[in-house]
Design a protein around this ligand. Structure first.
Ligand code: SF4
Length: 388
Protein backbone atom coordinates (compact mmCIF):
# COMPACT_ATOMS: atom_id res chain seq x y z
CA UNK A 1 0.00 0.00 0.00
CA UNK A 2 1.35 3.43 -0.93
CA UNK A 3 1.08 5.98 1.83
CA UNK A 4 1.40 9.60 0.66
CA UNK A 5 2.80 11.81 3.38
CA UNK A 6 1.58 15.37 3.10
CA UNK A 7 4.28 17.77 4.33
CA UNK A 8 3.08 20.32 6.87
CA UNK A 9 3.05 24.02 6.11
CA UNK A 10 6.35 24.78 7.83
CA UNK A 11 8.10 22.07 5.82
CA UNK A 12 6.67 23.47 2.59
CA UNK A 13 7.66 26.99 3.65
CA UNK A 14 11.19 25.85 4.41
CA UNK A 15 11.34 24.22 0.98
CA UNK A 16 10.17 27.46 -0.56
CA UNK A 17 12.41 29.63 1.54
CA UNK A 18 15.59 29.92 -0.50
CA UNK A 19 13.76 30.81 -3.69
CA UNK A 20 12.02 33.79 -2.06
CA UNK A 21 15.37 35.58 -2.06
CA UNK A 22 14.24 36.68 -5.52
CA UNK A 23 11.21 38.42 -4.03
CA UNK A 24 12.83 41.36 -2.24
CA UNK A 25 11.20 42.26 1.06
CA UNK A 26 13.02 45.47 1.59
CA UNK A 27 15.89 43.32 2.78
CA UNK A 28 18.90 44.97 4.26
CA UNK A 29 21.28 46.22 1.54
CA UNK A 30 24.04 43.80 0.61
CA UNK A 31 26.59 45.33 2.99
CA UNK A 32 24.17 44.87 5.93
CA UNK A 33 23.10 41.38 4.82
CA UNK A 34 26.68 40.09 4.90
CA UNK A 35 27.07 40.89 8.58
CA UNK A 36 23.63 39.54 9.48
CA UNK A 37 24.14 36.15 7.88
CA UNK A 38 26.64 35.25 10.55
CA UNK A 39 23.93 35.25 13.25
CA UNK A 40 23.23 31.77 14.64
CA UNK A 41 20.20 30.11 13.10
CA UNK A 42 17.40 29.40 15.58
CA UNK A 43 16.31 26.43 13.46
CA UNK A 44 18.50 25.70 10.42
CA UNK A 45 15.64 24.16 8.40
CA UNK A 46 13.64 27.35 8.64
CA UNK A 47 16.51 29.73 8.08
CA UNK A 48 15.73 30.19 4.37
CA UNK A 49 12.30 31.65 5.25
CA UNK A 50 13.84 34.20 7.59
CA UNK A 51 15.33 37.41 6.32
CA UNK A 52 16.51 40.52 8.11
CA UNK A 53 14.73 43.65 7.02
CA UNK A 54 14.88 47.27 8.02
CA UNK A 55 11.59 48.07 9.73
CA UNK A 56 10.44 51.32 11.34
CA UNK A 57 11.62 49.70 14.63
CA UNK A 58 15.08 48.75 13.28
CA UNK A 59 16.45 45.51 11.81
CA UNK A 60 14.31 42.45 12.53
CA UNK A 61 14.24 38.76 11.58
CA UNK A 62 11.13 38.45 9.45
CA UNK A 63 9.35 35.51 7.84
CA UNK A 64 9.39 36.14 4.10
CA UNK A 65 6.99 34.14 2.06
CA UNK A 66 4.48 34.10 -0.78
CA UNK A 67 0.83 33.11 -1.15
CA UNK A 68 1.80 31.34 -4.36
CA UNK A 69 4.93 30.96 -6.44
CA UNK A 70 2.78 30.34 -9.54
CA UNK A 71 2.41 33.36 -11.80
CA UNK A 72 0.65 34.29 -15.03
CA UNK A 73 3.03 37.18 -15.78
CA UNK A 74 6.31 36.72 -17.62
CA UNK A 75 8.77 39.24 -16.18
CA UNK A 76 12.02 38.43 -17.95
CA UNK A 77 14.24 38.31 -14.85
CA UNK A 78 11.97 36.42 -12.49
CA UNK A 79 12.21 32.74 -11.41
CA UNK A 80 8.43 32.64 -10.84
CA UNK A 81 7.55 33.74 -14.38
CA UNK A 82 4.97 31.81 -16.36
CA UNK A 83 6.37 28.98 -18.45
CA UNK A 84 9.31 27.93 -16.26
CA UNK A 85 8.11 24.35 -16.24
CA UNK A 86 10.91 22.88 -14.13
CA UNK A 87 10.10 25.23 -11.28
CA UNK A 88 8.36 23.64 -8.30
CA UNK A 89 5.35 25.78 -7.33
CA UNK A 90 3.73 26.08 -3.90
CA UNK A 91 0.44 27.69 -2.96
CA UNK A 92 -0.75 28.37 0.58
CA UNK A 93 -4.14 29.35 1.96
CA UNK A 94 -4.37 32.42 4.23
CA UNK A 95 -5.23 30.09 7.15
CA UNK A 96 -2.14 27.95 6.56
CA UNK A 97 0.22 30.92 6.32
CA UNK A 98 -1.21 32.70 9.33
CA UNK A 99 -0.98 29.53 11.47
CA UNK A 100 2.61 28.85 10.36
CA UNK A 101 3.60 32.43 11.12
CA UNK A 102 2.01 32.20 14.57
CA UNK A 103 4.10 29.08 15.28
CA UNK A 104 7.30 30.85 14.30
CA UNK A 105 6.44 33.89 16.41
CA UNK A 106 5.72 31.69 19.44
CA UNK A 107 9.01 29.84 18.90
CA UNK A 108 10.85 33.19 18.93
CA UNK A 109 12.18 32.67 15.41
CA UNK A 110 10.73 35.78 13.77
CA UNK A 111 9.47 39.21 14.75
CA UNK A 112 7.42 40.02 11.67
CA UNK A 113 6.19 38.88 8.29
CA UNK A 114 6.66 39.99 4.69
CA UNK A 115 3.99 38.60 2.45
CA UNK A 116 4.07 38.69 -1.33
CA UNK A 117 2.81 36.50 -4.16
CA UNK A 118 2.88 35.54 -7.79
CA UNK A 119 -0.21 36.55 -9.73
CA UNK A 120 -2.97 34.12 -10.68
CA UNK A 121 -6.37 35.36 -11.93
CA UNK A 122 -5.29 38.99 -11.70
CA UNK A 123 -3.71 41.16 -9.04
CA UNK A 124 -6.97 41.95 -7.21
CA UNK A 125 -7.77 38.26 -6.52
CA UNK A 126 -4.31 37.66 -5.04
CA UNK A 127 -4.49 40.90 -3.09
CA UNK A 128 -7.60 39.59 -1.33
CA UNK A 129 -5.67 36.54 -0.13
CA UNK A 130 -2.76 38.67 1.06
CA UNK A 131 -5.17 40.88 3.00
CA UNK A 132 -7.04 37.86 4.40
CA UNK A 133 -3.75 36.47 5.74
CA UNK A 134 -2.96 39.78 7.42
CA UNK A 135 -6.47 39.96 8.93
CA UNK A 136 -6.21 36.45 10.38
CA UNK A 137 -2.78 37.19 11.86
CA UNK A 138 -4.08 40.35 13.50
CA UNK A 139 -7.53 39.13 14.60
CA UNK A 140 -7.33 35.40 15.26
CA UNK A 141 -3.80 35.39 16.63
CA UNK A 142 -3.87 38.89 18.14
CA UNK A 143 -0.46 39.71 16.64
CA UNK A 144 0.57 43.35 17.14
CA UNK A 145 4.06 43.25 15.58
CA UNK A 146 5.48 44.05 12.18
CA UNK A 147 3.54 43.17 9.01
CA UNK A 148 4.67 44.12 5.50
CA UNK A 149 2.21 43.40 2.69
CA UNK A 150 2.91 43.62 -1.01
CA UNK A 151 0.49 45.61 -3.14
CA UNK A 152 -0.05 43.70 -6.35
CA UNK A 153 -0.16 45.29 -9.80
CA UNK A 154 -3.83 46.04 -10.45
CA UNK A 155 -4.92 46.05 -6.77
CA UNK A 156 -8.07 48.08 -6.13
CA UNK A 157 -8.26 51.34 -4.13
CA UNK A 158 -10.28 49.80 -1.27
CA UNK A 159 -7.86 46.90 -1.04
CA UNK A 160 -4.98 49.33 -0.62
CA UNK A 161 -6.92 51.14 2.13
CA UNK A 162 -7.41 47.84 3.98
CA UNK A 163 -3.80 46.71 3.48
CA UNK A 164 -2.58 50.06 4.83
CA UNK A 165 -4.78 49.66 7.92
CA UNK A 166 -3.53 46.15 8.68
CA UNK A 167 0.16 46.53 7.85
CA UNK A 168 3.06 48.62 9.12
CA UNK A 169 4.49 48.79 5.63
CA UNK A 170 3.24 48.16 2.11
CA UNK A 171 5.33 47.94 -1.03
CA UNK A 172 4.49 48.73 -4.62
CA UNK A 173 7.48 47.56 -6.61
CA UNK A 174 8.03 49.75 -9.64
CA UNK A 175 10.92 47.51 -10.80
CA UNK A 176 12.08 50.08 -13.39
CA UNK A 177 12.44 53.88 -13.50
CA UNK A 178 10.51 54.56 -16.74
CA UNK A 179 7.69 52.94 -18.72
CA UNK A 180 10.16 51.95 -21.46
CA UNK A 181 12.54 50.26 -19.06
CA UNK A 182 9.65 48.44 -17.39
CA UNK A 183 8.45 47.20 -20.76
CA UNK A 184 11.92 45.76 -21.38
CA UNK A 185 11.87 44.01 -17.98
CA UNK A 186 8.24 43.02 -17.51
CA UNK A 187 6.17 43.35 -20.69
CA UNK A 188 2.84 42.49 -19.04
CA UNK A 189 3.06 45.22 -16.39
CA UNK A 190 1.92 48.78 -17.02
CA UNK A 191 4.14 51.38 -15.34
CA UNK A 192 1.43 54.02 -14.92
CA UNK A 193 -1.80 52.10 -14.38
CA UNK A 194 -0.54 49.01 -12.56
CA UNK A 195 2.14 50.52 -10.37
CA UNK A 196 2.64 54.30 -10.15
CA UNK A 197 -1.10 54.89 -9.72
CA UNK A 198 -1.06 52.55 -6.69
CA UNK A 199 1.72 54.60 -5.07
CA UNK A 200 -0.31 57.76 -5.73
CA UNK A 201 -3.36 56.15 -4.13
CA UNK A 202 -1.34 55.21 -1.05
CA UNK A 203 -0.32 58.84 -0.61
CA UNK A 204 -3.88 60.04 -1.21
CA UNK A 205 -5.17 57.60 1.43
CA UNK A 206 -2.66 58.97 3.96
CA UNK A 207 -3.54 62.57 3.13
CA UNK A 208 -7.31 61.99 3.25
CA UNK A 209 -7.13 60.93 6.88
CA UNK A 210 -3.79 62.10 8.30
CA UNK A 211 -4.84 61.49 11.93
CA UNK A 212 -5.03 57.76 11.40
CA UNK A 213 -2.02 55.45 11.57
CA UNK A 214 -1.32 54.13 8.05
CA UNK A 215 1.32 51.78 6.73
CA UNK A 216 4.36 53.46 5.22
CA UNK A 217 5.15 52.85 1.54
CA UNK A 218 8.32 51.53 -0.06
CA UNK A 219 9.30 50.50 -3.56
CA UNK A 220 11.96 48.40 -5.18
CA UNK A 221 13.91 48.59 -8.44
CA UNK A 222 15.68 45.82 -10.33
CA UNK A 223 18.96 47.50 -11.26
CA UNK A 224 21.14 46.96 -14.27
CA UNK A 225 19.39 44.50 -16.58
CA UNK A 226 17.93 46.82 -19.22
CA UNK A 227 20.26 49.80 -19.46
CA UNK A 228 18.63 51.81 -16.67
CA UNK A 229 20.89 54.64 -15.48
CA UNK A 230 21.51 55.89 -11.94
CA UNK A 231 20.16 59.27 -13.06
CA UNK A 232 16.84 57.67 -14.05
CA UNK A 233 16.58 55.63 -10.86
CA UNK A 234 17.50 58.48 -8.53
CA UNK A 235 15.37 61.09 -10.34
CA UNK A 236 12.31 58.93 -9.82
CA UNK A 237 13.32 58.11 -6.24
CA UNK A 238 13.62 61.83 -5.43
CA UNK A 239 10.17 62.47 -6.90
CA UNK A 240 8.67 59.62 -4.88
CA UNK A 241 10.28 60.83 -1.64
CA UNK A 242 9.04 64.38 -2.12
CA UNK A 243 5.68 63.97 -3.78
CA UNK A 244 4.39 60.57 -2.68
CA UNK A 245 5.79 60.26 0.84
CA UNK A 246 7.87 57.19 -0.04
CA UNK A 247 9.76 55.90 3.02
CA UNK A 248 12.49 54.06 1.17
CA UNK A 249 13.53 52.98 -2.31
CA UNK A 250 15.29 49.61 -2.51
CA UNK A 251 17.78 48.91 -5.27
CA UNK A 252 18.19 45.25 -6.06
CA UNK A 253 21.10 44.49 -8.38
CA UNK A 254 20.05 42.22 -11.24
CA UNK A 255 21.18 38.63 -10.93
CA UNK A 256 20.55 36.23 -13.84
CA UNK A 257 18.29 33.21 -13.30
CA UNK A 258 18.68 30.16 -15.53
CA UNK A 259 15.81 29.31 -17.85
CA UNK A 260 14.69 32.93 -18.13
CA UNK A 261 15.16 35.24 -21.15
CA UNK A 262 17.81 37.14 -19.18
CA UNK A 263 19.85 34.09 -18.15
CA UNK A 264 22.90 35.19 -20.15
CA UNK A 265 23.00 38.81 -19.02
CA UNK A 266 25.82 39.73 -16.63
CA UNK A 267 24.95 40.36 -12.98
CA UNK A 268 25.04 43.91 -11.70
CA UNK A 269 28.15 44.95 -9.78
CA UNK A 270 27.12 45.01 -6.06
CA UNK A 271 29.05 48.26 -5.73
CA UNK A 272 26.44 49.94 -7.93
CA UNK A 273 23.71 48.92 -5.49
CA UNK A 274 25.79 50.44 -2.68
CA UNK A 275 26.34 53.75 -4.48
CA UNK A 276 22.63 54.01 -5.27
CA UNK A 277 21.75 53.60 -1.58
CA UNK A 278 24.30 56.25 -0.60
CA UNK A 279 22.93 58.69 -3.17
CA UNK A 280 19.34 57.86 -2.25
CA UNK A 281 20.02 58.71 1.42
CA UNK A 282 21.52 62.04 0.32
CA UNK A 283 18.22 62.79 -1.44
CA UNK A 284 16.02 61.58 1.40
CA UNK A 285 17.91 62.56 4.56
CA UNK A 286 20.38 65.28 3.58
CA UNK A 287 18.19 67.57 1.48
CA UNK A 288 20.16 67.10 -1.75
CA UNK A 289 18.57 67.69 -5.14
CA UNK A 290 19.14 65.07 -7.79
CA UNK A 291 20.89 67.65 -10.00
CA UNK A 292 23.60 68.01 -7.36
CA UNK A 293 24.64 64.36 -7.46
CA UNK A 294 27.95 63.84 -9.28
CA UNK A 295 26.77 61.82 -12.28
CA UNK A 296 29.23 61.01 -15.03
CA UNK A 297 28.50 61.64 -18.70
CA UNK A 298 26.34 58.56 -19.27
CA UNK A 299 24.18 59.23 -16.20
CA UNK A 300 25.83 56.88 -13.73
CA UNK A 301 27.66 57.48 -10.47
CA UNK A 302 31.30 56.51 -10.05
CA UNK A 303 31.68 53.07 -8.50
CA UNK A 304 35.03 53.76 -6.87
CA UNK A 305 34.04 56.59 -4.57
CA UNK A 306 30.92 57.41 -2.59
CA UNK A 307 28.86 60.22 -4.13
CA UNK A 308 29.16 62.56 -1.18
CA UNK A 309 32.94 62.36 -1.29
CA UNK A 310 33.01 62.77 -5.07
CA UNK A 311 30.95 65.97 -4.67
CA UNK A 312 33.17 67.23 -1.83
CA UNK A 313 36.35 66.55 -3.85
CA UNK A 314 34.97 68.73 -6.64
CA UNK A 315 33.59 71.54 -4.45
CA UNK A 316 35.17 71.65 -0.98
CA UNK A 317 38.85 70.79 -1.39
CA UNK A 318 39.55 74.32 -2.58
CA UNK A 319 36.76 75.97 -0.56
CA UNK A 320 36.74 74.23 2.83
CA UNK A 321 33.84 74.63 5.26
CA UNK A 322 34.48 76.58 8.47
CA UNK A 323 33.15 74.30 11.17
CA UNK A 324 32.49 77.12 13.63
CA UNK A 325 30.37 79.22 11.27
CA UNK A 326 28.75 77.07 8.57
CA UNK A 327 25.04 76.46 8.78
CA UNK A 328 23.46 73.03 9.11
CA UNK A 329 22.88 72.45 5.37
CA UNK A 330 26.48 73.27 4.50
CA UNK A 331 27.88 71.10 7.31
CA UNK A 332 25.84 68.19 5.98
CA UNK A 333 27.78 68.44 2.70
CA UNK A 334 31.00 67.45 4.47
CA UNK A 335 31.94 63.73 4.31
CA UNK A 336 31.92 62.26 7.81
CA UNK A 337 29.14 64.56 9.05
CA UNK A 338 25.67 63.00 9.07
CA UNK A 339 22.24 64.12 10.32
CA UNK A 340 22.94 63.06 13.94
CA UNK A 341 26.54 64.26 13.95
CA UNK A 342 25.52 67.70 12.71
CA UNK A 343 23.10 68.17 15.62
CA UNK A 344 25.82 67.23 18.13
CA UNK A 345 28.26 69.52 16.35
CA UNK A 346 25.88 72.49 16.46
CA UNK A 347 25.35 71.92 20.20
CA UNK A 348 29.09 71.54 20.87
CA UNK A 349 30.10 74.73 19.08
CA UNK A 350 27.67 76.71 21.22
CA UNK A 351 29.74 75.56 24.23
CA UNK A 352 33.11 76.72 22.87
CA UNK A 353 35.55 76.86 19.96
CA UNK A 354 36.38 73.54 18.27
CA UNK A 355 40.07 73.61 17.40
CA UNK A 356 41.09 69.99 16.74
CA UNK A 357 40.04 66.72 15.17
CA UNK A 358 40.07 64.90 18.50
CA UNK A 359 37.22 67.12 19.70
CA UNK A 360 35.28 66.40 16.51
CA UNK A 361 35.79 62.67 17.05
CA UNK A 362 34.47 62.94 20.61
CA UNK A 363 31.36 64.70 19.30
CA UNK A 364 30.71 61.76 16.96
CA UNK A 365 31.88 63.25 13.66
CA UNK A 366 34.19 61.07 11.55
CA UNK A 367 36.96 63.59 11.81
CA UNK A 368 39.50 61.96 9.49
CA UNK A 369 36.95 61.77 6.68
CA UNK A 370 35.95 65.39 7.23
CA UNK A 371 39.49 66.77 7.63
CA UNK A 372 40.34 67.53 3.96
CA UNK A 373 37.17 69.60 3.56
CA UNK A 374 37.05 71.75 6.70
CA UNK A 375 38.62 74.62 8.60
CA UNK A 376 38.82 74.53 12.37
CA UNK A 377 38.79 78.06 13.76
CA UNK A 378 40.27 79.36 10.50
CA UNK A 379 42.94 76.65 10.08
CA UNK A 380 43.14 73.51 7.97
CA UNK A 381 43.47 70.51 10.28
CA UNK A 382 46.25 67.97 9.64
CA UNK A 383 45.07 65.41 7.07
CA UNK A 384 46.03 61.81 7.67
CA UNK A 385 46.56 60.09 4.36
CA UNK A 386 45.19 56.54 4.12
CA UNK A 387 47.92 53.86 4.35
CA UNK A 388 46.50 51.79 1.46
S1 SF4 B 1 4.56 39.38 -11.49
FE1 SF4 B 1 6.57 39.22 -12.51
S2 SF4 B 1 8.03 39.61 -10.83
FE2 SF4 B 1 6.05 39.11 -9.86
S3 SF4 B 1 6.14 36.90 -9.50
FE3 SF4 B 1 5.14 37.19 -11.47
S4 SF4 B 1 6.76 37.05 -13.01
FE4 SF4 B 1 7.73 37.36 -10.99
Amino acid sequence: MNIRVIPDTLTRLARLGAITEFEPAGDAPLSERLTLQSRPAPDPDLLPCVTHVTTPQGLKPVMKTMITTACEKNCYYCPFRAGRNQMHRETFSPDELAAAFDKLVRAGVVEGIFLSSGIIKGGAAVQDRIIDTGEIIRRRYGYRGYIHLKIMPGAEYDQIVRAMQIADRVSVNLEAPTPERLHALAPRKDFGDDLLLRLEWAQRIRQTNPERRWASTVTQFVVGAVGDTDLELLSLSARLYRQLGLKRAYYSGFSPVIDTPFENLPPTDPQRERRLYQASFLLRDYGWDVEELPFQGEGNLRLDVDPKRAWADAHLLTAPVEIMRADREVLLRVPGIGPQGVERLLRARRQGVIRDLATLNRIGVQANRAAPYILLDGHRPPVQLPLF
